[in-house]
Design a protein around this ligand. Structure first.
Ligand code: GTP
Ligand code: MG
Length: 197
């Protein structure tokens, strides 16, 4: 898919203020600092469109970006950031959970997993939370440039194995690097296919 345009639309914590649910949308979620905003910028050829930071907790709102005037990318705050206050984390849980459970136009959630790490409990739990609600998701492994391909493949295989304890069918997995533009075509092709159906 060719990206012809990508523009920031709106930031929210209120479901009632989201854009009307008439265009397909894809949400990026995962632990704080896993690389959600960076991956969005890489996919959309738009450095600086989604705000990134070396410090976890950068993205705090539900951010909608309109792509090719026909679909949305949604950048979400990260989970599992220990330093944010407890009330803050509960707030996260509430409005994000609401968004994920209620958003009619949400086609698929991209769960981002750090490809450098062995399976993390918080990520498995989050996948299970989605699975229990039949919210469609696929897995995007991030920061592949930071270690050998062998290591990334090992961690992906281990994650798959961990999921098999809970899922009969394993969702699609794509290895990505925002730094090296890895996985771009695969992710965009996936979106294009879903958009066409
Ligand atoms: P929050 O919004 O805080 O939850 O973080 P996020 O998941 O949006 O992460 P963000 O995109 O802000 O990236 C976090 C840090 O990781 C930044 O310093 C990025 O430059 C770095 N980073 C993200 N993706 C990659 C990647 O593919 N390769 C490398 N080497 N660094 C990356
Ligand atoms: Mg972010």
């Amino acid at each position: 898919m060719i990206i012809k345009s990508a523009e920031f639309t709106v930031s929210n914590t209120k479901i009632s203020k989201l854009p009307p649910p008439i265009l397909p949308e894809y949400a990026f979620i995962g632990r704080s600092n896993v690389g959600k905003s960076s991956l969005i910028n890489m996919l959309l050829n738009a450095k600086g469109l989604a705000k990134t930071s070396q410090k976890p907790g950068k993205t705090q709102l539900i951010n909608h970006f309109l792509v090719n005037k026909t679909w949305y990318v949604v950048d979400l705050p990260g989970y599992g950031y220990a330093k944010s206050s407890k009330s803050n984390r509960q707030e996260w849980a509430k409005f994000i959970r609401n968004y994920l459970e209620k958003r009619e136009s949400l086609q698929c959630v991209f769960v981002l997993i750090d490809s450098r790490l062995e399976p993390q409990k918080i990520d498995i739990e989050f996948c299970c939370w989605l699975g229990e609600r039949s919210i469609p998701f696929i897995l995007l492994f991030t920061k592949a440039d930071k270690q050998s391909n062998v290591k990334s493949q090992q961690n992906m295989a281990a994650f798959k194995k961990a999921l098999l304890a809970f899922f009969e069918e394993i969702p699609q997995m794509i290895l990505t690097s925002s730094e090296k533009q890895l996985g771009k075509e695969d992710v965009l092709n996936f979106i294009q296919e879903v958009n066409q159906n």
